[in-house]
Design a protein around this ligand. Structure first.
Ligand SMILES: [Zn+2]
Length: 54
């Protein structure tokens, strides 16, 4: 299974992991504006990376 992992380099932690089967780019962008907006608003550097788990 493939996931999109949202990592905050300021907090040094993964703040979300989403199965790409259910979350496309738009959906992830939406989550950045809702669930994870505090990081973005505080100027934290967010990295979206691929995470594969079998
Ligand atoms: Zn953060």
């Amino acid at each position: 299974m493939e996931f999109k992992e949202i990592y905050c380099s300021r907090c040094k932690k993964v703040i979300g992991r989403y199965n790409i089967k259910f979350y496309n780019e738009d959906k992830i962008a939406e989550l950045m504006k809702t669930n994870h907006v505090t990081h973005v608003r505080n100027g934290h550097e967010i990295e979206i990376r691929k995470f594969v788990k079998n």
